[in-house]
Design a binder for this molecule. Structure first.
Ligand code: SAM
Length: 275
């Protein structure tokens, strides 16, 4: 057997063990990307092989948590894909405004930038106090960071450009206070966002949502896990609700696709049909 094949077996056993002991199921993550992430994690760890890591991993929650951090890709930014946020502002918010109150789920929110961007946008569109957001992720370390709402000040120029391209109506600097090398987001943005752990591979739906965003998350999943997520989002969304996928994802050729119309091609904003 080649060493690559041995490593494939070790990885499979490791993911199986993790699933059995911790209930976190990474077995349906795309092969090439999870192999790359795990190889990087191993290289940074004290273990020489996956088999060596296995016994500690199954007994030591700290090692497991470092594995979760190693597997997940948490890159994000404020107003990521500004054209998407512009379309939400111009084409989705007019519908949301017709409701007295809306509920929004950000699945795979990483450090929270997407949810904070949405809070800025909704507040600017006159919806302050009329929404609640649930921002969830599998990685509790990023959720902790998300709830703090503190970002490196050096990112603010890039985020300001995104905000302007997304049709921002004020000055981005109004939303944070600069302290040395950090930008502290305004407390008014945080108060209607609930950050919570949720694992798309094993956990259940969030009821009665008007909007679900899951951007740049399912690209790391195999088709079966993508299908699971889409079913979860579909059962979480009210009729007339909006499903927002990342720019590389689509409902084309997907079972639930026929229940949706694409509102803003090619920005992957879909609306669930009534009936
Ligand atoms: C690249 S970030 C995307 C952040 C944000 N949605 C955006 O588009 O900027 C992907 C996030 O998905 C999360 N993730 C990966 N697997 C997950 C799972 N099974 N359940 C929930 N979140 C998951 C990762 O921890 C990571 O924070």
């Amino acid at each position: 057997m080649q060493s690559g094949e041995v490593e494939d077996v070790e990885i499979r056993l490791l993911l199986e063990g993790v699933q059995r002991i911790y209930g976190y199921d990474f077995r349906d993550y795309a092969d090439a990307s999870i192999r790359r992430r795990l190889t990087h994690w191993l290289a940074e760890s004290e273990f020489a092989t996956f088999s060596q890591a296995q016994s500690r991993l199954l007994r030591d929650r700290g090692v497991f948590e470092s594995l979760v951090r190693g597997i997940t890709v948490n890159v994000t930014e404020m107003f990521r894909d500004p054209a998407f946020f512009r379309a939400v502002r111009e084409q989705v918010v007019p519908f949301l405004k017709t409701y007295p109150f809306v509920k929004i789920w950000h699945a795979g929110c990483a450090t929270g930038e997407e949810a904070y961007s949405m809070a800025i946008l909704l507040n600017e569109e006159g919806m302050a106090g009329r929404y609640r957001m649930y921002a969830t992720d599998i990685n509790e370390t990023v959720l902790q960071k998300a709830s703090e709402g503190v970002m490196p000040i050096m990112e603010m120029q890039r985020f300001t450009r995104n905000y302007q391209k997304a049709g921002g109506r004020a000055s981005f600097a109004d939303y944070y206070t600069a302290r040395y090398d950090r930008a502290i987001l305004s407390a008014t943005l945080k108060k209607d966002i609930v950050f919570a752990p949720h694992n798309l591979a094993v956990d259940g739906e969030f009821g009665e949502m008007n909007m679900v965003l899951c951007r740049n998350v399912m690209i790391y999943f195999k088709p079966a896990l993508k299908e699971r997520c889409l079913r979860l989002f579909d059962s979480s969304l009210l009729p007339g609700g909006f499903l927002c996928l990342g720019l590389k994802e689509t409902l084309e050729k997907k079972k639930i696709g026929e229940r949706y119309e694409e509102l803003a091609p090619p920005l992957r904003i879909y609306r669930k049909r009534y009936g």
